[in-house]
Ligand binder design. Structure first.
Ligand code: GRG
Length: 295
């Protein structure tokens, strides 16, 4: 398999899915729809929808049921980026290679557009019932996304992160922040893919463990890129952790040890996936690719 060609093909499929679920820019609230779509259409790696679709494929699930969830998880993720960039949080001007939403549309529309995108994610997930009315798997996947996004997941992690900004952190608290702020959404993506495909409980638990590792590795790699990459490559400012006096895996352990941790967590995730009876070569190659990603 030529991974790079396969990746481009799959990302392009995701773009088509996302496009088909975006709100129409019309009526009195057209500006809000534009603010929502502005960042959704700005690209990004589309990793969470990829993980969702590929885990669904791993268990031979129905892709048309997974499609609204793939779009929805990217909406949740994009909402978190829009709000994270706001003046009250990181106050960043660039994201995904263009001005942040609040810079392009004003702060109020950045807040409202981010809120609306989070809400729209649930409106989009509900559309899976148009295909499969009352389907248990859809209910369970929605429940999963809701809990992994809220106080026990992404938002919980972000709140601890914000509360401790600039303060000394130990590894336990840093792990809590990373496992919630970053890993939880990747767990939600992969677990929802497994649930929608009808995977068994043991398989879902294994997927959660692998996704937890992938998420943690992804966040540590993000810390490394913040000190080793460039703004052009990343499409967002570099050196922001230092600017915000943030404790990261790099500040605690140094770049080399952080990179070893990324490698170790990713290898463990691949081993877990390899232990399944079902196979998806692309999924393992994707985890491998993220170890060495440059953006
Ligand atoms: C709701 C304000 C708020 C925050 C929730 C996810 C999050 C917490 C904040 C976003 C900022 C951030 C640094 C999150 C950590 C996860 C991470 C590295 C996100 C960037 O994801 P990529 O690299 O982005 O997949 P693209 O643009 O490629 O989709």
């Amino acid at each position: 398999m030529n991974f790079q060609i396969e990746l481009e093909k799959k990302v392009s499929e995701i773009e088509t899915i996302i496009q088909s679920f975006l709100p129409k820019e019309e009526g009195f609230a057209a500006t809000m729809a534009q603010a929502m779509n502005y960042s959704m259409r700005a690209g990004g790696k589309r990793l969470r929808p990829l993980f969702l679709m590929e885990t669904c494929r791993l268990f031979q699930g129905e892709e048309r049921l997974a499609a609204p969830f793939a779009a929805a998880i990217e909406m949740i993720h994009t909402h978190s980026l829009i709000h994270d960039d706001l003046p009250a949080i990181d106050n960043d001007d660039y994201r995904r290679g263009r001005l942040t939403t609040h810079k392009a549309f004003g702060e109020a529309m950045g807040i409202l557009g981010g809120d609306a995108l989070l809400n729209y994610a649930y409106e989009t997930m509900f559309r899976a019932f148009d295909i499969a009315p009352g389907e248990e798997k859809v209910i369970r996947a929605m429940r999963l996304l809701a809990s992994k996004t809220g106080i026990d997941g992404m938002l919980g992690g972000q709140s601890v992160d914000v509360e401790n900004d600039g303060k000394p952190l130990d590894k336990d608290m840093l792990d809590y922040i990373y496992e919630h702020k970053t890993s939880a959404l990747i767990e939600a993506a992969m677990m929802a893919g497994a649930v929608l495909a009808g995977a068994g409980e043991e398989q879902i638990s294994l997927v959660e463990k692998a996704a937890g590792n992938i998420g943690l590795a992804f966040q540590i790699k993000d810390d490394i890129l913040d000190v080793t990459s460039t703004e052009e490559e990343l499409g967002k400012p570099v050196g922001s952790d230092e600017k915000n006096h943030k404790i990261t895996y790099v500040t605690l352990f140094g770049t080399r040890q952080a990179a070893e941790k990324v490698e170790m967590l990713s290898r463990e995730a691949i081993e877990l996936l390899d232990s399944l009876e079902q196979k998806n070569e692309f999924l393992s190659l994707l985890v491998e690719y993220l170890i060495r990603r440059r953006k």
